[in-house]
Design a protein around this ligand. Structure first.
Ligand code: ADP
Ligand code: MG
Length: 686
C-alpha cells in the first residue's frame, strides 16, 4: 500500500465520501492515515459512579428515567445513569434516537465529559455502547476521530479498519540506517498501525513518539538547509552609527533596559553582515520590543535604506506610526503609514512615495504586501506579532525588496517558544530574549472573580475612573465557524454588557469595539480611548495584540475560562504599561471552582513561566497537545518532547553531512523532501 495512492481506490469510499474527505484536504491514503485520532475511548473501566470526578470518563452502568423535551429547535434527552453506588445525569442534544436505544434492562458503556453545566454536574453527549456489544469490537480501547463534515468518527474507523491488513506493506519513508543510529526502532508501518489500532495507552505513546520524530526531523532538517541557503543570499551591509544612536537614546523619554540595549547592539552587529539577518525578538508583553525595532530602523535610515514594519491590525499600525513620528522626527526621518483604511488616493500616493524613496520608514498592515508596493531600497523588515501572520504573507514582505538584495528581517513576538524547540527550529543565534521589564513596572494584581461577586468589579471600575485612569472590559466571542448561532447570542450578551456599563458610568464614557467594525471605526474608537475621551472600552478580543494605552490600569476579562493561558496573558498585558499600579479581574463563567489555568494566572505575571505551565498542564491531559505558533504548527510533537527533539536534531545533522558527501539523495525520500520544502518556507522567516 502506498501512502501516495488516492483515497478513491479504497473500499468503502464512494464518490460522496471521497468528496467529503477532499473538503478536509484528505486526498491520499497518507493524508487519511495521518488524520490521527483526537482521543481514545478507553472502555476498560471499572469505575463506580460514586467515584466519578469531573473530566473525561467512561462508566459501565444501567439507565432509567429517559426523558425527551423540546426547547425551541433543540431536542434534549435526559437520563439517569445509575449503579449500586450512585446515580448521575446524562444529557444529549438533538439525538432523539437515544430514547429507543437506552432500554432499562441493558448494561451500557457511556463515555464523555463529566462537567458542571447549567448549575449541576452532567455527562454531556456521551457516546453509548451496549455492553454486550463490546466483544464485537476490535478491542476495548478505541480511537475517536474528529468529525469531518458529515463523516463521523465511526465512519473513519470503518474506512481505516478496511485497510487493516494492508498496513504491513507501508514502506519506510526515512533512511533506515539513520533511524537506527539515533535509536528510533519502530518502523513507520507499525507506528501508523498502533496509532489507529492500539491495545493500550502505551501503544499510543510509542507510536506517537515515532510520528513526532518524523515531524520534528522535517523541521530540524529544513532549519539546517535554510541556514545554508541563507548564507548564499545577499543583503545590504548596514553600518553602526554611534552618533545617531547616542542621540536616539538621549532623546527617549525613558532609559532603555540593559536587555533592550543588548538587543539593539546584537541586531546592529547582524545587519552589518552582507548575509540577511533572520532574527526573532521574543519578549513578554510590555517588555518594550517596539523601541528596539525603532532603533534599528533609524540605523537603517542612517545607511540610506528603507525599513518596513508590518503589524497585524490597523489600530496597532496607527499607534506605532504616531510613536515613530514623535521620536524620530528630530532625525529628519520620513515616516509613512499604509493601511487598508486609507482612501484609494492616499494609498496610491503612499505607494508612490515608497517607490520613489521619499519614505524612509513605512508602518502598515497587510496592505504592505500588496503587489502594488515596491520599495526603492528596502534594507530592514520587521514583522511585529509575527505569529499572527501566515507564511506566505511573511515571505511576500521580503520579496518586495527587489534589486537582488534581501532585507534583514526581525520578527517580534510575545508568545515564547521553549528553548529546546527554539534550538531545533531556529538554531542558537537567531533568537533574542528580552527578559527584563522596563524599570518601575509594578506587578499586575490579578484576581479571579465569580459572577456572584460581579458587583465588586463594578466598584473597582468606579474607583479607577474616579482616579482618572481607564478600563478595558473584555467579553469574548466564540469564533468557531460552526457556531453561527452562538456568535449571535454572544454578541447580544456583549451588547447588553455594554448597555449596562453605559447605564452605570454614563453613555459618553463607555465605548464599544468589536471585530465586525471597519478599520476606520475601530481606529476612531481606539484614538478616543487613547486620548482619554472615553474611560471604559468594552471590547471583544480585537484589542488583544499590541495595543498600548499606558493610562489604562484595569482590565476585566469576562468568561475568562474560555481563553487559553497565552491569550489571557496577552490580554492582561494591555495594562501594567506604566508605573501606575494595574489590576486584572478574571471573571469566570460559572460560580464553580476556578480552573487551574486561572489560578496560575492569579499566581504569576511571567509569560515564560506561564508558557511552560501551559505546556505541562496540557501535556498531561491531552494525547495530542498540538503546538501552534503562527505558521509553524506541529500536529503531533509537543513542547515536551525534548528527547525526541534532540534525536531529530542529531538525525538532521547526519543527513546534512551525507547529502554534502553525496551519500544520500533527499529525492530518494520524497515524503521527507516534500515536508522539508514546505517547512523551509516557514523557518526561513522566523
Ligand atoms: P511590547 O514588547 O509588548 O510590544 P511596547 O514596545 O509596546 O511593548 O512597550 C510598552 C510600553 O513601554 C510603551 O509605552 C513603551 O514606550 C514603554 N517602554 C518601552 N521601553 C521602556 C523602558 N525601557 N522604560 C520605560 N518604558 C518603556
Ligand atoms: Mg508590541
Amino acid at each position: 500500500m502506498l501512502l501516495s495512492n488516492s483515497i478513491a481506490i479504497l473500499k468503502g469510499v464512494g464518490e460522496k465520501t471521497a468528496s467529503l474527505l477532499r473538503q478536509r484536504k484528505i486526498y491520499t491514503i497518507g493524508d487519511l492515515l495521518y488524520y490521527l485520532p483526537r482521543a481514545y475511548d478507553d472502555w476498560q473501566t471499572n469505575i463506580k459512579l460514586k467515584d466519578v470526578r469531573a473530566g473525561n470518563i467512561v462508566v459501565k452502568c444501567k439507565v432509567r428515567n429517559v426523558k425527551s423535551e423540546r426547547r425551541k429547535s433543540l431536542t434534549i434527552i435526559k437520563a439517569e445513569l445509575y449503579d449500586e453506588t450512585n446515580s448521575i445525569e446524562a444529557i444529549w442534544f438533538n439525538q432523539s434516537y437515544r430514547v429507543k436505544q437506552l432500554s432499562e434492562d441493558k448494561d451500557f458503556y457511556f463515555a464523555g465529559n463529566f462537567a458542571f453545566n447549567y448549575g449541576r454536574y452532567q455527562l454531556s453527549n456521551p457516546s453509548v455502547i451496549v455492553a454486550s456489544d463490546i466483544n464485537n469490537f476490535s478491542g476495548d480501547f478505541l480511537p475517536v476521530y474528529k468529525q469531518c463534515g458529515d463523516l463521523k468518527s465511526k465512519h473513519f474507523s470503518k474506512i481505516i479498519n478496511n485497510l487493516r491488513s494492508d498496513f504491513a506493506t507501508i514502506p519506510e519513508t526515512l533512511p533506515t540506517d539513520i533511524l537506527r543510529e539515533v535509536g528510533i526502532n519502530l518502523p513507520l508501518k507499525d507506528a501508523l498501525y498502533k496509532i489507529h489500532f492500539p491495545e493500550t495507552q502505551q501503544d499510543v505513546e510509542i507510536a506517537r513518539q515515532r510520528l513526532a520524530f518524523d515531524e520534528l526531523l522535517a523541521w530540524s532538517l529544513s532549519a539546517e538547509l535554510n541556514k545554508r541557503e541563507n548564507l548564499r543570499l545577499r543583503a545590504p551591509s548596514l553600518t553602526f552609527n554611534l552618533e545617531i544612536m547616542k542621540k536616539f537614546v538621549a532623546n527617549l523619554p525613558f532609559d532603555l533596559t540593559d536587555d533592550q540595549r543588548l538587543a539593539i547592539f546584537t541586531i546592529a552587529k547582524d545587519i552589518e553582515k552582507s548575509t540577511p539577518m533572520s532574527k526573532m525578538l521574543q519578549g513578554d508583553v510590555g517588555s518594550g520590543k517596539t523601541v528596539v525595532a525603532m532603533a534599528v530602523s533609524l540605523l537603517t535610515f542612517s545607511n540610506n535604506f528603507q525599513s518596513a514594519i508590518m503589524v497585524p491590525t490597523e489600530v496597532l499600525a496607527r499607534q506605532h506610526f504616531d510613536e515613530f513620528i514623535k521620536i524620530l522626527q528630530p532625525f529628519g526621518v520620513r515616516v509613512g503609514l499604509l493601511v487598508g483604511g486609507l482612501t484609494t488616493k492616499e494609498k496610491s500616493d503612499m505607494q508612490d512615495q515608497i517607490k520613489n524613496g521619499q519614505i524612509d520608514i513605512v508602518i502598515g498592515t497587510h496592505a504592505l504586501i500588496s503587489d502594488k508596493v515596491k520599495f526603492a531600497r528596502l534594507g530592514f523588515a520587521v514583522i511585529d506579532e509575527q505569529h499572527r501572520f501566515g507564511v506566505n504573507q511573511r515571505t511576500k514582505l521580503l520579496v518586495s525588496a527587489g534589486d537582488n538584495l534581501m532585507p534583514h528581517l526581525l520578527s517580534m513576538t510575545a508568545t515564547p517558544i521553549p528553548r529546546t524547540l527554539q534550538l531545533a527550529l531556529f538554531g542558537e543565534m537567531s533568537v533574542f530574549n528580552l527578559r527584563q521589564k522596563p524599570k518601575g513596572r509594578k506587578d499586575i494584581i490579578t484576581k479571579i472573580t465569580r459572577p456572584v461577586s460581579i458587583d465588586s468589579v463594578y466598584e473597582k471600575i468606579a474607583e479607577v475612573i474616579k482616579n482618572g485612569q481607564q478600563v478595558y472590559y473584555i467579553c469574548p466571542q466564540i469564533d468557531e465557524e460552526e457556531d453561527a448561532e452562538n456568535i449571535d447570542a454572544d454578541m447580544k450578551k456583549v451588547k447588553k454588557e455594554f448597555q449596562h456599563l453605559s447605564h452605570l458610568f454614563g453613555k459618553d464614557n463607555v465605548a464599544f469595539l468589536h471585530g465586525k467594525m471597519s478599520g476606520k471605526e475601530k481606529d476612531q474608537i481606539m484614538t478616543n480611548f487613547s486620548n482619554q475621551k472615553t474611560q471604559i472600552l468594552v471590547s471583544t478580543t480585537v484589542i488583544e495584540v499590541g495595543v498600548n494605552v499606558p493610562n489604562a490600569t484595569l482590565i476585566i476579562i469576562r468568561n475568562a475560562d474560555r481563553f487559553g493561558l497565552a491569550a489571557l496573558h496577552q490580554l492582561r498585558g494591555r495594562v501594567g504599561r506604566s508605573d501606575l499600579q494595574s489590576y486584572c479581574f478574571l471573571v469566570t463563567t460559572t460560580d464553580d471552582r476556578p480552573t487551574q489555568r486561572l489560578r496560575e494566572m492569579e499566581k504569576s505575571g511571567d509569560g515564560f513561566y506561564l508558557a511552560e505551565k501551559d505546556l505541562k498542564m496540557r501535556g498531561a491531559g491531552e494525547i495530542y497537545g498540538a503546538l501552534q505558533h503562527g505558521a509553524l504548527s506541529l500536529r503531533i510533537a509537543t513542547f515536551a518532547d525534548t528527547k525526541i527533539i534532540a534525536k531529530s536534531n542529531k538525525a538532521a545533522q547526519k543527513i546534512i553531512v551525507r547529502i554534502e558527501t553525496g551519500e544520500l539523495d533527499l529525492r530518494k525520500f520524497p515524503d521527507l523532501e516534500k515536508a522539508v520544502l514546505q517547512n523551509q518556507k516557514t523557518t526561513l522567516l522566523n
